[in-house]
Design a protein around this ligand. Structure first.
Ligand code: M6R
Length: 586
């Protein structure tokens, strides 16, 4: 869950590495560092953000080669000694991933006299590389030493390494962590994600698992693990050629839904779908399950990727899997998709990031196109995932004849109303701020909802805990009496999503159960609901809306509630403690 970068070229490496690391800060931001070749390898690292790293860098450097890293701690606390790059005399290494067998390797290296300065798994790579280069018979070059080193590593890695004996060479390798190269006019780049170097070049080469290679001033070479030179395709990122890409469709979403590569016959015969995701994307997936079952008649399961990958899924290969991942890089989601594909399942990816790993490993992709989301807490991308799921379900439902043209049209009309309705909520955000401030000192919160509002309750709780550090639980409202009611006291606010729909009366009963335990109830309800005030303490309003689409509106209210609570508590809103935007380790 870290970000790595590298540069070899004619330009000064330091500002390029720093600029690239800033673009990757969403992947981790507890410490950062760079190594540049300035006659010898010079390493600078510090705890904190990239701005803190900038403060300790020399003003001028003539280095044209360097590597860099922004860290999200997995092994070892955020301390300077645990920040990357890690050194072993003439070697410097940055790494994203987790080396699972690092303790065994560390023990072996300590036995050989190596001294460890950090608590990280990565430091074993630097020392192991150093050890490989000390071969008594024939001293291998850096590329060979990296190849020999990674043979001994178990786990995941994207690595970039420098050796002062080969000052103009950067060696990289990848397994289960993203890595992409950039080909610029004045140099070559390596990074965890294309956004790192998009400012410098749009020509990229995606490195696949079990590939290794070198970047020198005049060439890039990529090999398989046996040493065979590979011919890699160069892709040009054309993110801004929007109009030309729409191919006559009014919207990208419509075009992409038509690109599902499922024939009408295949769609008709679909019997089962499995949605795979983590975190917020998983919450969106629960709504997806309800939508799919209602609008398409396809039995739909929702799976947490980290569980699915180690479970025993019963798949015959005819199921459709739908992976939802904002970043397209979540390690567990990628692994779960690989596992389902090994059964022959066809996968649709719903992602926000063009060119991300999931897009290259799926049979078809629907982009949410919410634009870059920098805050660690998913907000607009969650909304975009929900809309994508509505559109996908409507498309499949029509193709299967489960919903009529009239029903589809009615739903689309209601989806089109959402931006205006969301604006109305944003206009009333002061009410949400007041509510948030009133309860900001609480230690525990509950969020309850039924049917389509259940995943919104889960997401409301996730948002609150993620950025305000308040313990919050999301629950299916009907489940409260099966245990959680025991936790309710006057000090436990309960947010109840009580919007109009066929479960409205049921949630009113749940609210009464809660009030009978003296808890404060904050309801999210429609503006035209005059009944609700009789039963609750605070009402946060959403415009009158269709039962099917109101969850999108309620989720915006809960995002604002989490935001203002975190603000009242003076929390680090965009970069909450312990979290990173993209979770590329399991
Ligand atoms: O990029 P993904 O959608 O695969 O990320 C999955 C989760 O890590 C992510 O949704 C996380 O839960 C969010 N930070 C929550 O706001």
């Amino acid at each position: 869950m870290c970000g790595i970068v590298g540069y070899v070229g004619k330009e000064s490496a330091t500002p390029i590495l720093v600029e690239s690391l800033k673009r990757l800060e969403y992947r981790g931001y507890d410490s950062a560092g760079i190594t540049v070749f300035n006659g010898s390898l010079e390493t600078f690292k510090t705890v904190g953000k990239i701005a803190d790293l900038e403060d300790i860098l020399p003003e001028e450097t003539i280095a044209n080669v360097g590597i860099g890293h922004t860290r999200w701690a997995t092994h070892g606390k955020p301390e300077t000694r645990n920040a990357h790059p890690h050194m072993s005399s003439c070697i410097s290494v940055v790494h994203n991933g987790i080396i699972e067998n690092y303790l065994q390797i560390k023990e072996m290296l300590i036995g050989l006299g190596y001294i460890f300065e950090s608590d990280t798994d990565t430091e074993v790579i630097a020392h192991l590389l150093n050890y490989k280069m000390q071969s008594e018979t024939k001293r291998p070059d850096l590329l060979t030493a990296v190849r020999e080193t990674i043979r001994e590593l178990e786990g995941s890695y994207a690595i970039a390494a420098l050796c002062s004996d080969e000052p103009e060479c950067l060696v990289f390798a990848r397994k289960d962590s993203p890595l992409v190269l950039g080909i610029g006019e004045d140099g070559y780049y390596a990074a965890s994600d294309v956004t790192a170097f998009l400012k410098y070049t749009k020509d990229v080469v995606y490195i696949d698992d079990n590939e290794i290679g070198s970047i020198r001033p005049d060439c890039i070479e990529v090999f398989d693990l046996k040493g065979n030179l590979l011919t890699k395709e160069t892709h040009t990122i054309e993110w801004d050629l929007e109009a030309a890409e729409k191919a006559g469709y009014e919207h990208f979403m419509l075009k992409e839904i038509h690109e599902l590569y499922l024939t009408p016959e295949q769609i008709k015969h679909l019997r089962r779908a499995t949605i795979i995701a983590c975190g917020t994307s998983w919450n969106a997936g629960i709504l997806g399950k309800y939508l799919f079952e209602k609008l398409t008649g396809i039995h739909t399961d929702i799976e947490t990727a980290s569980e699915f990958r180690y479970g025993n899924p019963v798949l015959c290969g005819e199921e459709l899997t739908i992976a939802i991942t904002q970043s397209g890089e979540t390690a567990d989601t990628l692994a779960a998709v690989r596992s389902s594909k090994s059964y022959g399942c066809r996968n649709i990816a719903i992602t926000n990031v063009v060119g991300s790993t999931i897009t290259r490993e799926s049979d078809s992709v629907v982009y949410t196109r919410a634009g870059p989301e920098i805050g660690v807490a998913a907000t607009k991308t969650f909304t975009a995932q929900l809309i994508t799921l509505y559109m996908l379900a409507i498309h499949l439902g029509r193709a299967r004849g489960v919903i009529s043209a009239e029903e589809a049209k009615n739903l689309i009309v209601n989806i089109k109303r959402l931006p205006g309705q969301i604006q109305k909520i944003l206009n009333r955000k002061e009410e949400i701020r007041e509510c948030a401030e009133q309860f900001a000192d609480m230690k525990d919160y509950f969020f309850i909802g039924r049917y389509l509002n259940f995943p919104i309750a889960l997401e409301g709780a996730l948002k609150l805990k993620e950025i305000s550090y308040i313990h919050a639980e999301g629950y299916a409202a009907g489940e409260l009496k099966h245990g959680p009611l025991a936790l309710l006291t006057e000090e436990t606010p309960v947010v109840a999503i009580a919007t109009m729909g066929h479960t409205y009366d049921k949630i009113l009963s749940n609210i009464k159960e809660v009030k009978a335990r003296n808890s404060t109830v904050i309801a999210v309800a429609n503006e035209d609901d005059t009944e609700i005030e009789k039963y609750v303490d605070v009402v946060l309003r959403i415009p009158p809306s269709h039962e099917m689409t109101s969850p999108v509106l309620s989720s915006v209210v809960l995002q604002l509630l989490a935001y203002y609570t975190a603000l009242a508590k003076d929390c680090s809103i965009d970069k909450p403690r312990n979290l990173a935007k993209s979770v590329t380790v399991e």
